[in-house]
Design a protein around this ligand. Structure first.
Ligand SMILES: C[S@@+](CC[C@H](N)C(=O)[O-])C[C@H]1O[C@@H](n2cnc3c(N)ncnc32)[C@H](O)[C@@H]1O
Length: 308
């Protein structure tokens, strides 16, 4: 689900060249489109959207160096990196792996909010919340404890699918998400007592020590490169015996990678190490896929960590 945003150059001629370039791109004339985009950036050197599109086209044409130059211009021209040019540079191996730009996540999900459930649940067979639900029930059953929670925090709550799955087991749900439009959708479910537009780590930081007995992150860690800060804050906010349950995408290698879909994949051993380094225990870590892509399950993990 690529973002498609247009940030005007402020120069009518340059914006027109961009429109013509998009027409040519749609018709499959990529070299012609690239030529027009270059003309647009000659007219307006800080035309971020044109630079980004040029990078995209050059990458498709196999012109790696030219793509890197264009993505660098797009990144330099927008401190929020709303197009995600830095991610494209990471995927091309031109930048080290780093955090996902928050401006990009916000644009991506604000654009996606209206059709999110149809696209993810219906088209991609999304099942993250059900996986978390089953995993939490099984960890609670093994510990001979009831699966009932007074205060739960849903990180990257999106439209509220996880709260919907856990609604009968939770008294007070708090949702945190970077995207205001996703939060608007979550509000409509009526399952959240509190909703906050914030980065998940910042949102957790506002929570008192030991104030939650369940933290969920369904399909949200795929936008988090470094798990350490969110795991550390989760540990602080969880009460003793509390659970952190999350899904992740995974890969057969080591550590964290940025996949073709511009989502991070965390190796199972890396998840285990990160959870244990945060001082949590990991009673459950299983291979489970939360969604399909190209008609095949995307390799994934479901994890339940506990604060002892
Ligand atoms: C694929 S959606 C999943 C939504 C929901 N958890 C579900 O299961 O349907 C990922 C959500 O995580 C949010 N997100 C990504 N990175 C985030 C971050 N650092 N802090 C807060 N929310 C984030 C996005 O805005 C998006 O709504």
């Amino acid at each position: 689900m690529p973002t498609r945003i247009f940030l005007t150059s402020g120069d009518l001629m340059a914006d027109r060249r961009y429109d013509f370039a998009r027409d040519l791109q749609m018709k499959g004339d990529l070299p012609g489109a690239a030529d027009l985009l270059l003309q647009a950036t000659d007219l307006a050197p800080n035309f971020v959207t044109a630079w980004f599109s040029l990078g995209d086209i050059r990458e498709t044409l196999g012109e790696r160096d030219g793509a890197i130059t264009a993505f660098r211009e797009a990144w330099a021209g927008d401190p929020h990196d709303r197009h995600g040019a830095s991610l494209r540079l990471m995927r091309l191996g031109a930048e080290p792996l780093a955090a996902m730009p928050q401006g990009y996540v916000k644009v991506l999900f604000d654009q996606y909010a209206r059709r999110f459930e149809q696209a993810l649940v219906d088209d991609l067979g999304y099942r993250g919340p059900e996986l978390l639900f089953q995993a939490v029930l099984s960890v609670r059953a093994a510990a001979r404890k009831p699966a009932f929670f007074k205060r739960a925090i849903d990180l990257g709550c999106g439209t509220g699918l996880a709260a919907t799955a856990f609604a009968r087991e939770v008294d007070h749900f708090i949702g945190i998400d970077l995207s205001p439009r996703m939060i608007e959708k979550a509000r409509l479910t009526g399952f959240y007592a509190e909703l906050e537009v914030a980065d998940m780590v910042q949102g957790l930081r506002a929570g008192p020590d030991g104030s939650a007995d369940l933290i969920l992150a369904a399909d949200a860690m795929i936008y988090v490169a470094d798990l350490a800060p969110v795991l550390a804050e989760s540990r602080r906010v969880l009460a003793g015996g509390g659970l952190l349950a999350f899904t992740a995408e995974t890969h057969a290698g080591e550590g964290v990678i940025l996949g073709n879909g511009l989502r991070y994949a965390h190796a199972a051993a890396h998840v285990r190490e990160a959870v244990e380094a945060a001082g949590l225990t990991l009673p459950l870590l299983e291979d489970r896929s939360a969604r399909n892509e190209d008609n095949a399950p995307v390799p994934g993990l479901v994890a339940v960590a506990t604060k002892t």
